[in-house]
Design a protein around this ligand. Structure first.
Ligand SMILES: [Zn+2]
Ligand SMILES: [Zn+2]
Length: 631
């Protein structure tokens, strides 16, 4: 439906005594400005009726002329929210007629059935938006939230423009195709183009951060066949570099459309992209392709979407994100294209199995014809040990190392494995109070953990409860933050456990520790996550005892690996082969066609064969630059 028709419909349904002054699309919703808020609340089902009638979110705001002055509104709000809510900040955003209330216990600030919010709105006119504060301080969250307020004017303009663009009558497309631009028959630089006659959408725009070879590191955006400004939307499945590391580049080169992702993905993405700029300069010796300015610009264009929300991203494509169980905020992307023409699911990275952090990936979709599935561990032999055994294995290696008075280095992705391992260690130390070994976390691990505490609803229920009742397992007294210069004293100090990114030893703090620790045979290096075939981690994991590295003088030298090298399997955020097969078996509805990606060449092919045989459907692996017509 055209947005003008939507506006007409809404204006017909709103009673005159509400005194509506303006109705306009803004991002994913239709915003109604009213002079008489009380009159609107008299009809308790009106907002629901409106949303049902236009099949869109409705946002109600007071007309700017009836807003209470900021000072008195602040006092009123402070009086209405109970002390126990732990309000951290109250910020007014006049451009949106909103007041952002950041609280530790956001539920108390909202009140039963939204009672407190309603009262704030009726007494002050300002539309309250309650945001959960992290239980640990986070500069990233603070930064992201600040930019949204500072750039409110630009952002509103952008959202109105997008709102109008997606509310157009949907033209009928006669064809639909997908083009693999990265991450096909490989892991890294994931990027998929979904194209119809009338829409162009990218899902994921990653980099392969474990290589400085630029022909292998970036997706084939130069082969798009059209300019970036013609793209309608970008969807990001989750905040790992191989899925979003290249996104700021789009903004540096002319894209100015929306980016859809979950709220935790937005925060983590910004954190890791900023870190990548530093990594490029310091460790990979390549010039970063984008700057902080581009990340800032990207942030202005992000439209956060929660799991399960059905949103229009082009006039003919509806998108819904579902839990993928991989890292916080990770999503499988469901696209409903045309009026029932085609339904596609892009799984993203997927965990269909037990983890301490998340529920297993969603397996129920409204409709599904084409499934594009990751296959990192899709090979016949990729069966990992069960979780209980993995934890025993990990803690045993740690105990043995500490008994020898050595130190343990665990290279981890800042997001995902590090939190999972922190939870395992937290449980272990709770059960073994005599184990008083410091756990140092370096790089972005602390910041990423803090972001987890702001989004407990994205975590498993048990973990959610602990965070909400001030027993956050991320705040373990044994966990200590290692700052830049502490590395040497940690390595020369008492036995300890060190968790540091990058996860594949491709630069970053883990690589710095490795250089200092590799020579001492009392120390242990434990791999807990995926090692890309291009990475240093892969070489060491496979037994290489002398690895070439670039020394401080810029010359190549050999690093001797005398330390013990071990792998603790089973902590992966990816499904192993058995879990991937179980996912397919339990998936409803059964797709007509399966396409595999995100795995080494033989794994994507092997998994495609097995998936096809299991479901008796067409299944294949696709290559980069290959296009496939689905309709
Ligand atoms: Zn991932
Ligand atoms: Zn990935």
């Amino acid at each position: 439906m055209h947005y003008k028709e939507l506006i007409k419909k809404v204006s017909e349904m709103i009673p005159k005594e509400c005194e509506p002054t303006k109705i306009e699309p803004e991002g994913l919703s239709i915003v109604v400005y009213l002079k008489n808020i009380d009159a609107f609340y008299k009809n308790s089902t009106l907002i629901k009726d409106l949303a049902t009638a236009i099949k869109k979110k409705i946002t109600v705001r007071a007309d700017p002329s009836v807003l209470a002055p900021i000072d008195s509104a602040r006092k009123t709000i402070e009086g209405l929210i109970p002390q126990e809510a732990g309000v951290r900040s109250i910020t007014f955003v006049p451009e949106m007629c909103e007041v952002h209330i950041e609280a530790i216990k956001s539920g108390l600030a909202i009140g039963k059935g939204g009672a407190v919010l309603k009262e704030i709105m009726q007494k002050t006119g300002w539309s309250p938006v309650v945001i959960r504060a992290p239980t640990m301080p986070s500069v990233t969250i603070e930064g992201v939230r600040k930019i949204n307020v500072l750039e409110a004017e630009d952002r509103k303009k952008f959202l109105i423009e997008i709102g109008k663009k997606i509310c157009q009558p949907a033209p009928t497309s006669e064809w639909l195709r997908i083009v693999g631009l990265g991450g096909f028959k490989e892991v890294g630089r994931s990027c998929l183009l979904i194209q119809t006659q009338n829409s162009k959408v990218l899902i994921d725009v990653g980099v392969n951060a474990s290589t400085s070879d630029t022909t292998k590191a970036y997706p084939y955006l130069n082969m798009l066949g059209f300019s970036m400004s013609e793209l309608d939307a970008v969807v990001i499945s989750h905040a790992h570099m191989d899925h979003m590391g290249f996104l700021p580049y789009l903004f540096a080169y002319g894209y100015d459309g929306p980016v859809y992702c979950t709220p935790p993905t937005r925060e983590l993405m910004v954190l890791l992209q900023q870190d990548y700029i530093n990594l490029c300069k310091k460790s990979l010796n390549i010039e970063p392709l984008y700057s902080k300015k581009d990340i800032h610009n990207e942030l202005k264009h992000i439209i956060p979407v929660d799991y399960g929300e059905v949103v229009d991203i082009t006039p003919e494509i509806k998108m819904t994100l579902y839990n993928a169980g991989h890292i916080i905020g990770s999503a499988s992307v469901h696209l409903h294209i045309g009026e029932g023409m085609h339904n596609l699911v892009y799984t993203g990275d997927l965990k269909f199995g037990f983890t301490k952090l998340f529920d297993p990936a969603n397996i129920r979709f409204p409709r599904l014809e084409t499934l594009i599935i990751e296959s990192t561990y899709g090979g016949r032999n990729d069966i990992s040990v069960n979780r209980y055994e993995s934890e025993m294995q990990l803690t045993k290696i740690i105990e043995e190392t500490i008994a020898k008075r050595g130190k343990v280095l665990i290279p981890v992705f800042a997001v995902g494995r590090s939190q999972e391992i922190l939870l395992v260690l937290e449980e272990y130390t709770r059960r073994h109070p005599e184990f008083q070994v410091p756990i140092y976390i370096d790089g972005m691990v602390l910041e990423a953990s803090a972001i987890h505490t702001a989004y407990p609803e994205y975590l498993r229920e048990q973990l959610q409860r602990r965070i909400l009742s001030d027993r956050s397992p991320f705040e373990n007294p044994l966990v200590k933050l290692a700052k830049g210069t502490d590395k040497e004293s940690i390595v020369n100090g008492e036995p300890s456990i060190i968790l540091a990114p990058s996860g594949m030893l491709a630069g970053g703090p883990s690589f710095e520790y490795l250089k200092m620790m590799a020579d001492d045979e009392k120390n242990t290096l434990i791999f807990v996550g995926y090692q890309s075939s291009l990475s240093l981690g892969h070489k060491i994991q496979n037994g290489m005892k002398e690895v070439p590295i670039i020394g401080d003088d810029g010359k190549t030298k050999l690093l001797k690996i005398n330390m013990r090298v071990a792998t603790a399997e089973g902590f992966s955020g990816h499904s192993d082969r058995a879990q991937l097969m179980a996912y397919l078996k339990n998936l409803r509805p059964t797709p007509e066609r399966i396409i595999t990606m995100h795995g080494d060449l033989n794994k994507t092919e092997d998994f495609a064969r097995s998936a096809g045989a299991l479901l008796r459907k067409e299944a294949r692996s696709m290559a980069n630059l290959e296009a496939y017509r689905l309709r």
